[in-house]
Design a protein around this ligand. Structure first.
Ligand SMILES: [Zn+2]
Ligand SMILES: [Zn+2]
Length: 171
């Protein structure tokens, strides 16, 4: 991974000073159950601002993922945009009891782990090819977007059969 280590030498220790960073990189091997693990192109603009505790990174990044529709498994391309607000803790400043703590390393911050975490959290858990996707028939697996399958008929038939049998017996 290149290009995501950013020098903060000029702003570190000068709260209020900042530098803008344009992100044009690839995050390697990101995915989840429905989002195919892949190297994701990442674009965006971030600002690294010196604060008393270290460096605060804010801004927006976007990426594009290939996923499978959660209902019909068709391929979906989904754009993910996310807002980033993360503190990189400077030397000598302790931030206890936080799950993810990013730190200023010397005069650099490495944005890669932070962006990887943020993108992973933002991956769609329920990607859909379209909001009204009808999905696959649970019985025969037919894509119901292409039309009804014949299962419904078969499902109803035995019940009608049982009913008419009952009716026959009562009658
Ligand atoms: Zn679908
Ligand atoms: Zn069916």
């Amino acid at each position: 991974m290149h290009g995501l280590k950013v020098s903060v030498a000029e702003i570190l220790g000068h709260p209020g000073n900042f530098r803008d960073i344009s992100i044009d990189a690839e995050l390697t091997q990101v995915g989840n159950a429905l989002v195919h693990e892949a190297d994701l192109p990442l674009r965006g603009r971030l600002r690294a601002e010196a604060v008393v505790e270290g460096v605060l990174v804010t801004g927006d990044v976007a990426t594009m993922v290939d996923a499978s529709c959660a209902r019909c498994l068709r391929e979906v391309n989904e754009e993910i945009s996310l807002e980033v607000v993360e503190l990189f803790v400077g030397e000598g400043h302790e931030v206890p009891d936080e799950d993810e703590v990013y730190e200023v390393e010397g005069f650099e911050i490495d944005l890669e782990p932070m962006l990887r975490d943020a993108v992973t959290l933002a991956l769609p858990l329920n990607p859909l090819c379209r909001s009204d996707c009808k999905g696959l028939c649970a019985h025969c697996g037919k894509d119901l977007n292409e039309g009804p399958c014949s299962c419904r008929q078969e499902e109803i038939d035995p019940r009608w059969a049982a009913l008419s049998e009952l009716r026959d017996r009562l009658g």
